[in-house]
Design a protein around this ligand. Structure first.
Ligand SMILES: [Zn+2]
Length: 504
């Protein structure tokens, strides 16, 4: 069990440890929300192992200042090394990366452990103990796997981790190794400075996110839920800081929900045979007709709360089109609707989408295949019922001989827009950037849904600025993050944890 491992990690008092550390450790122990039997099980918890001077200490020493130059250099080196570990998924192979991150935590005395859900696949978790007995802990989530990169298209080799012109280049620098490094380094900085938070911080880095998370977050939630049983909150990829069009003011965009995949396979069948004597109808002609009908089917427009709120806030802050102050009402005007949905991202934010992506039938030109299939990537708004969507799709196709199978689907779950976590992000936004916070929905999906299912308030928010204009190559070419951006991200994350951990 991780809990035991972690406990031992915290209370192991090394002879080389400074007096300050020992006092802090003693104080932390006396305040830890752990069971009596857990304390008794650990010999290090007995007071006689502590220096005499520490007896009766009730207050921790003041935190030490953080050496930001050192943190930045270390984060840069770590991210560069992390990028060099090729975790392209498939196959993922995240285990080495998981071990490296574990070692990084252990070196600083933060207990950490790894799992191998499938051969070569990796998950790592670490726990920075706080002193809050009753405060729910927060998970900082990231994923170690990356999408493929074609070196021919890149200006630098995508797995070089090259530091060039003040930027760290490579696949994963933003999605999602950079954010993982920000989370890790923030925890190390807090530990080294001796800042005591009133809640635990749990770092979890999974694999397999890019392929749906079955061998990553999904496995973890199914098999090791006890590791995060005390967690009430979670931060993950999916949101960040955006500059407004005046390029001066900023807004913190926090994703509280995401669209859900409903991946379907449509299979048509018909007589097999030679293409020189074709029957009137084949599996392929049937499938083509079904797809044609499906492409003419328009899903209903529906503006959900976080989308309405997002456009409202952006229209106010960024002087966007007046209609966006009340998007739901504005979209009833056919002219405005037409213009609004001409942008694919905007279109996807107000309706379910249905997209054929895979087609397969005969492998030979002159052979009529008995079956033909298409895979359809449907993305549903939170609130859309998959069963209803499938019924509508069947109706649109109008051919009962087409078999429809679900390849992937999970229940759409949102986190509340108001929570202590949102309040803390709001405080960070105000204090750091005089910025506003806006809840939103993302049209992609992340691993957050696995934790939302466990009733953990999960937000997509990493405190870095990603310019929408360049997107910095996420899933594309020349993905990279500025060293300053990385350093600012760590500083903001430290401040966030201090706010949410009651030290600000
Ligand atoms: Zn990602």
């Amino acid at each position: 069990m991780l809990a035991t491992v972690l406990l031992h990690g915290v209370i192991k008092v090394s002879p080389r440890r400074s007096m300050t550390r020992a006092i802090a450790t003693f104080w932390m122990l006396s305040c830890l929300a752990i069971s009596g039997s857990a304390i008794a099980a650990s010999p290090a918890a007995t007071p006689n192992l502590l220096p005499a001077e520490s007896q009766g200490v009730t207050q921790a020493p003041p935190p030490q200042p953080i050496n930001w130059d050192r943190v930045t250099q270390e984060a840069t080196d770590l991210l560069s090394k992390y990028i060099q570990m090729n975790t392209t998924n498939p196959p993922g192979n995240e285990l080495d990366a998981a071990r490296m991150l574990k070692e990084k935590f252990l070196t600083d005395g933060i207990p950490a452990t790894t799992w191998e859900p499938q051969h070569g696949r990796g998950i790592v978790a670490a726990r920075l103990r706080g002193i809050g007995k009753h405060n729910k802990s927060i998970i900082l989530l990231s994923h170690m796997d990356v999408v493929p990169a074609n070196p021919k298209e890149w200006q630098v080799p995508p797995f070089s981790g090259l530091v060039k012109n003040g930027e760290i280049w490579g696949r994963g620098s933003i999605d999602d190794k950079g954010p993982g490094v920000i989370e890790l380094m923030a925890m190390l900085a807090i530990k080294r400075a001796g800042i005591l938070l009133n809640r635990d911080v749990l770092f979890i880095a999974t694999g397999d996110e890019e392929e749906g998370g079955k061998n990553g977050a999904g496995w973890f939630v199914d098999h090791e839920a006890n590791v995060f049983a005390d967690a009430g909150y979670l931060l993950n990829e999916g949101g960040g800081i955006r500059a407004l069009s005046d390029n001066k003011r900023k807004v913190y965009v926090v994703s509280v929900t995401e669209k859900t995949p409903l991946w379907l396979r449509l299979t048509a069948s018909g007589p097999a045979g030679h293409a020189s004597i074709p029957p009137a109808e084949t599996a392929v002609t049937r499938l083509v007709r079904a797809l044609d009908r499906l492409s003419q089917y328009d899903t209903p427009i529906h503006v959900i709360g976080p989308v309405q709120d997002y456009y409202h806030t952006m229209a106010e802050l960024d002087h966007g089109p007046r209609q966006q102050l009340d998007l739901d009402a504005a979209l009833k005007d056919p002219e405005f609707l037409k213009q609004f949905i001409s942008d694919p991202a905007q279109n996807a934010s107000v309706r379910d989408t249905i997209t054929p992506t895979v087609l397969s039938a005969s492998q030979k030109t002159n052979v009529i295949s008995e079956t033909a299939y298409a895979e359809i990537d449907c993305r549903l708004l939170p609130g859309s019922d998959p069963k209803t969507v499938m019924t509508d799709i069947k109706k649109a196709i109008g051919d009962d001989t087409i078999k429809i199978d679900v390849i992937l689907n999970f229940p759409p779950i949102s986190s509340p827009s108001r929570s202590p976590l949102m309040t803390a992000i709001g405080t960070l936004a105000r204090e750091h950037d005089q910025a506003a916070v806006v809840p939103s929905m993302i049209i992609e999906f992340t691993d957050s849904h696995y934790f939302r299912q466990k009733k953990i308030v999960s937000y997509g928010f990493i405190p870095i600025e990603v310019l929408p204009s360049e997107g910095k190559g996420i899933h594309g070419i020349n993905e990279r993050i500025g060293v300053k951006e990385l350093a600012d991200g760590i500083q903001r994350m430290v401040d966030f944890l201090k706010i949410f951990g009651g030290q600000n």
